[in-house]
Design a protein around this ligand. Structure first.
Ligand code: GLP
Length: 245
């Protein structure tokens, strides 16, 4: 695992964009896996800027999202489908048929099963961008989720719902979501974990140090052979001795 710590969030975003940009040719025929939190927004903006100026050709790229709220449809502005369309696919010029996001209005069990097959049809994930929840969640895999889990329905923790309130304005955050399982996420060839802010410091320390344990889903990343971790100083502040790259 390589860990880099940045003073400045825009430097972090540029470094993450560099990793994606430089890595895409290694993983031709595989999708880019995209997290849909607030942390990677600057990375997607930077990738979009490069696509607009013509230095990044993303036309042949496919995108696969990690998760979606149950009961929230693609047309809902709070949906992760809307996020992927407006924040990633649009700026990168990726067409709709090359984008896979779980459908929160479909029959949940069938949708989870079909999504696994869809990932396989899209060639699997080359580079996967992930964030981390303040409680250590990975995608929407809450503490206690088995490391070999596949795409499934989850009940969101109160903390996760509060953390995601901003996307829903005054409306309640859904109680359930669909998410790739931890085992699904770990099948990506390379994983780039992004975390910023002091509120992530404990989760980052638990994820990266000590024995992997289901109480911190993101600690499963220690079992993956190719993980790059990009942190700002605040998110790295509980790490004993960050190894800079
Ligand atoms: C959210 C999402 C994840 C995201 C993580 C961190 O709830 N389901 O995909 O990576 O939690 O989000 P943020 O970057 O907004 O802190």
């Amino acid at each position: 695992m390589r860990i880099a710590v940045f003073d400045d969030r825009s430097q972090l975003a540029a470094a993450a964009a560099d990793i994606v940009h430089a890595g895409l040719p290694e993983f031709v025929g595989r999708a880019l896996g995209v997290a849909t939190g607030s942390t990677p927004l600057a990375v997607y903006a930077e990738l979009g800027r490069r696509a607009a100026e013509g230095t990044l050709d993303a036309a042949g790229l496919s995108l696969i999202a990690l998760d979606e709220y149950l009961g929230v449809g693609p047309a809902d502005p709070g949906s992760y489908q809307a996020y992927v369309t407006t924040r990633i696919a649009g700026p990168l010029g990726v067409s709709a048929e090359r984008v896979a996001v779980l459908n929160g209005l479909a029959d949940p069990q069938a949708e989870c099963r079909d999504f696994e097959a869809r990932i396989a049809r899209m060639g699997g994930v080359g580079i996967q961008i992930v964030g981390i929840g303040a409680n250590g969640h990975l995608a929407f895999n809450e503490p206690g989720t088995p490391f070999d889990s596949r795409t499934h329905v989850v009940r969101l923790s109160e903390q996760t719902r509060q953390d995601n309130q901003a996307a829903f304005g005054q409306a309640p955050v859904p109680q359930y979501a669909l998410t790739q399982g931890i085992g699904t996420v770990l099948e990506a060839r390379r994983i780039v974990l992004l975390a910023t802010g002091e509120e992530k410091a404990d989760a980052v320390a638990r994820a990266l140090t000590g024995e992997p344990d289901v109480s911190c889903p993101a600690s499963a990343l220690q079992r993956h052979p190719d993980v790059v971790v990009l942190l700002d100083r605040a998110a790295a502040s509980a790490l004993p001795d960050p190894v800079l790259v």
